[in-house]
Design a protein around this ligand. Structure first.
Ligand code: G3P
Length: 241
């Protein structure tokens, strides 16, 4: 849970308090070949192993094709990479929150930088996830968008500067200010919304910095998915918290 001093006036100084809970690590497998089919299973198994060793919550967001098999055969929470806010019924080609629930998903990303949505679509997706009892993780690209996302009351807002996604350069080191500003923006709008950060996350040091800035954990992809030994990276990610 995010902790921070209450902001009672516009003159109050925001001061995040170090999060003492175990981190939430959410691995987005995107459409990487290294994260599909049997290779998705291998990452899911590695995540389950490191979650058991460390007490951290480690979840995977595979392609739709792998949601059901991973939910059944690995011990980790499985997220979708996108969900539509559509009602069940005559909506050809849409993925509903209800369908994700039936497939065994725990939640879904919404509005990833690689799958941007309108504010209305984000709101509909969050509402649909809530109605299905699923966890919503709304991605944002800057702190004003983080504030707008928080107003929709998702479970998490994940701040990811697009220019650092897949770059190998960590947001924690290259742009820690955007993390602090997003944590503050989200806290001001809705203190019940938790914050993740992502883009270039690759080590325990990245996770520690993110957590010290007031986030609950990280959203990452290439650092784990494209690693020669994903389990070694996962162990490093949880090593300092
Ligand atoms: O959703 C996670 C993501 O966009 C960050 O990707 O490869 O920089 O960890 P990456």
């Amino acid at each position: 849970m995010i902790q921070g001093k209450a902001i009672n006036s516009r003159h109050a100084i925001f001061s995040p308090v170090k999060n003492m809970d175990k981190p939430f690590i959410l691995i987005n497998l995107k459409t990487y070949p290294e994260g599909a089919g049997q290779r998705a299973h291998a990452i899911g198994d590695a995540a389950a192993q490191v979650a058991m060793e460390s007490g951290a919550t480690i979840a995977v967001a595979p392609s739709y094709m792998d949601i059901r098999p991973l939910a059944v055969h690995t011990g980790v929470p499985v997220y979708a990479q996108h969900v539509d806010g559509a009602e069940p019924g005559a909506h050809t080609g849409f993925i509903t929150a209800g369908a994700l629930k039936i497939a065994g998903a725990t939640g879904s990303l919404v509005n990833h930088s690689e799958r941007r949505l309108t504010l209305a679509d984000i709101g509909a997706a969050v509402t649909a996830l809530k109605a299905a009892g699923l966890v919503s993780v709304v991605c944002s690209n800057n702190d004003p968008t983080s504030a707008a996302a928080a107003a929709l009351a998702p479970d998490y807002v994940a701040i990811e500067p697009p220019e650092l996604i897949g770059s190998g350069v960590s947001v924690s080191k290259a742009n820690p200010d955007i993390i602090s500003r997003s944590v503050e923006a989200v806290q001001k709008v809705n203190p019940g919304v938790k914050v993740l950060t992502g883009a270039g996350i690759q080590s325990g040091e990245c996770v520690k910095i993110a957590r010290d800035l007031g986030t609950d954990g990280v959203l990452l992809a290439s650092g784990v998915v494209k690693a020669k030994a994903p389990i070694a990276v996962l162990r490093d990610l949880v090593s300092l918290v």
